[in-house]
Structures are given as structure tokens and as C-alpha cells.
Design a protein around this ligand. Structure first.
Ligand SMILES: Cc1cc2nc3c(=O)[nH]c(=O)nc-3n(C[C@H](O)[C@H](O)[C@H](O)COP(=O)(O)OP(=O)(O)OC[C@H]3O[C@@H](n4cnc5c(N)ncnc54)[C@H](O)[C@@H]3O)c2cc1C
Length: 306
């Protein structure tokens, strides 16, 4: 408690607002999860760096999140400081040479729209991904054959000691739904530069509309979810395996395997994080038993203690 107080006093001295016992169900697209001891939404790079520094100095656990579209906080909540880059730290700047610089809390879909408006091609696939630039770099978000890792020119990030570094494209350790930021979670994306190519605005818009239509047709976009729960196992699709096992529509509490797309778990209205986690464990057990395939989670379940 003492640590909380000294951290919040230090933050308030810097004019950074701290929210106490903030329910994480309000900050995640699955809409489940108990309270974070503290939550802050930095307005600029200075505040973001200060918060990480102050948490470290006060020996207080902290994590950075974006739009919460790939995160499940447990019902017990998070005993630490959550730093949420959305909606305040999200500037997008277009340079002359096809480079877009985007701050960590910029929504990826917004960056894709800005690219389209400026006749820049490459980010069309990203339009329907409801995450931020920081979350997308961490997860190497991708769809329809594209992924952000192919477009990143360089990234400014902060290490766990609040020191700033510039990371060259080839040093991001991008892989399928992974990166340096996933492997080493103490490192925080501050901003990145996407290198795009000139393209025809009409073609770019058409591609984006096509992808949006495909998402509407295949995905349960009208219900809270965290997107695809599992990575694609080699040689399979997770959704198909789950469906083959007869789990489409299977429900635990308020969490259900989407009847529209078995790769998604949806919150039918009153799900708890425990329902979602129990359903994931059940799916993993049944799929392993019936198909021999071990599903690997794409969504991150936050550990409330460590
Ligand atoms: C309906 C729906 C559709 C989706 N479709 C896709 C899809 O097509 N392709 C795809 O790849 N994903 C998809 N997702 C999943 C999700 O949108 C992506 O993984 C997205 O990149 C997560 O971004 P976020 O800002 O929400 O991150 P969060 O969920 O807030 O965080 C995810 C991880 O990133 C870390 N993180 C966040 N910000 C930073 C930062 N600044 N620095 C370092 N680490 C950070 C967090 O600590 C956490 O570990 C979908 C989700 C939904 C709900």
C-alpha cells in the first residue's frame, strides 16, 4: 500500500492522473477481468517514460497495454500499475518518402486509413485489427498474408530501466505472432516507422473493403471477443480442429465457442475471466485428446500475481 501511495503521489506531482481499482473489463475487448490496483493513460512520451521509471523506482509491478484486444485479465485483477497507451498517446505523422511514424497508442486501423488517404499501400490487411501499434508490434499482428513485421523500418522503445533505444528493422525478432517485445515484455514500444509504397487510392480502398467484408462474413464482430484465441497449428486451422471436435457453440458460464467461427471465444454477456480461461483449458484438452494437436494460445492471460 505504501508503494502505491508513493508511486501515485510521484505521478500526481507530474500531473499524471491515476485511476484506482479500475475494472479491466472496461479496458479489454473481451470485457472480462477484475480491477487493476492502478491504471494510467499517459498523454505523451514523457508521461509514458515517467510512469515506467516511477514504477521501477518504487519497486512496483507494471505493464503496458494498448487496446486490450489480445488480453484477458483474471477476475482477481492485477496487483500493479497498468499503463494504457490508448487513447491519448496515439499520434500519426506522414513523411514525404512513404514513411508513417505512429505512436504506440495509435490504432492500427487508423494508421491503415491514414496510409490509404495518402495513397500508400501495404497496410490494407490491418484495417480490421482492433489493436494499437504497440500491441501489433508485440504480437506481429497480421491477416490475409500481411503482417506488420514486414513493414516496420525502425522502432523507438524503452527498456525496463526507462532507457530509450532505436531498433533497426532486422532486430525486432519478428516471427509468427511474436517479436522482441513479446519475448522480452519489459521493453516498451514508444513509436515506430512503417515504410510503405505508393499505390492507387482506389485499389487500396477496394482491398480494404474486401477484407472488411470477409471479416464481417466470417467473424463474430457483434460480440465481445479477443479475436482468434489460438495460433495456427502447422498444417491445420485452429477453428477447424475445434469445430471437428464438436465444440462449436460449447459454453462454460457466459463464455462460448463462437457458433460463427470456432477459433473465437465470445462473451455472451455475463462471462467472467474464469469462464473464458476454463473454456480455453477445456478446448485445449479435448482437441489434444481427439486430434493429437496441441493448441498454442495467441491471447495472453495476464498473471495477477507475478
Ligand atoms: C475482433 C478481433 C479481430 C482480430 N483480428 C486479428 C487479426 O486479424 N490479426 C491479428 O494478428 N490479431 C487480431 N486480433 C488480436 C489483436 O487485435 C492483436 O493481437 C493486436 O495487435 C493487439 O493489440 P492491442 O493494442 O489490443 O494489444 P493488447 O491486447 O493491449 O496487448 C497485447 C500485448 O501487447 C503488449 N503491448 C501493448 N502495447 C505495448 C507497447 N507499447 N509496448 C510493448 N508491448 C505492448 C501487451 O503488454 C500485451 O502483451 C483481433 C482481435 C479481435 C478482438
Amino acid at each position: 500500500m505504501e508503494q502505491n501511495n508513493s508511486l501515485s503521489q510521484a505521478a500526481e506531482k507530474e500531473d499524471i492522473k491515476i485511476y484506482w481499482d479500475e475494472p479491466m473489463s472496461r479496458h479489454t475487448t473481451m470485457q472480462v477481468g477484475g480491477p487493476a490496483a492502478m491504471l494510467a493513460q499517459p498523454r505523451d512520451i514523457r508521461e509514458l517514460v515517467s510512469l515506467v521509471y516511477l514504477a521501477g523506482k518504487n519497486n512496483f509491478r507494471c505493464m503496458v497495454m494498448g487496446n486490450g484486444s489480445n488480453l484477458i485479465f483474471p477476475d482477481e485483477g492485477y496487483k500493479g500499475l497498468v499503463i494504457k497507451t490508448v487513447p491519448n498517446y496515439g499520434g500519426i505523422y506522414v513523411d514525404d518518402d512513404g514513411v508513417i511514424r505512429a505512436e504506440a497508442g495509435a490504432l492500427l486501423s487508423r494508421v491503415a486509413t491514414v496510409a490509404a488517404q495518402n495513397g500508400l499501400t501495404g497496410l490494407e490487411f490491418a484495417q480490421g485489427i482492433p489493436g494499437t501499434v504497440g500491441g501489433a508490434l508485440c504480437m506481429n499482428a497480421g491477416a490475409y498474408g500481411g503482417e506488420v513485421g514486414n513493414l516496420v523500418q525502425r522502432t523507438c522503445y524503452m527498456d525496463a530501466n526507462a532507457k530509450l533505444h532505436m531498433l533497426a528493422s532486422q532486430d525486432h525478432l519478428f516471427g509468427y505472432r511474436t517479436s522482441l517485445f513479446k519475448e522480452k515484455p519489459g521493453n516498451v514500444v514508444l513509436y515506430t516507422e512503417f515504410k510503405l509504397q505508393p499505390g492507387g487510392q482506389k485499389e487500396i480502398q477496394e482491398k480494404m473493403s474486401d477484407y472488411a467484408a470477409r471479416r464481417r462474413e466470417k467473424q463474430p464482430l457483434d460480440q465481445p471477443s479477443a479475436g482468434s484465441v489460438y495460433k495456427r497449428p502447422e498444417g491445420h486451422y485452429a477453428g477447424e480442429l475445434i469445430e471437428q471436435c464438436g465444440l462449436k457453440g460449447y459454453q462454460i458460464g457466459g463464455a462460448m465457442v463462437s457458433p460463427k467461427h470456432a477459433g473465437f471465444i465470445v462473451n455472451t454477456g455475463k462471462a467472467t475471466a474464469s469462464d473464458v480461461i476454463a473454456l480455453m483449458e477445456h478446448i485445449e484438452e479435448v482437441v489434444l485428446e481427439k486430434t493429437g494437436v496441441s493448441l498454442e494460445r495467441e491471447v495472453r492471460v495476464v498473471n495477477h500475481r507475478r
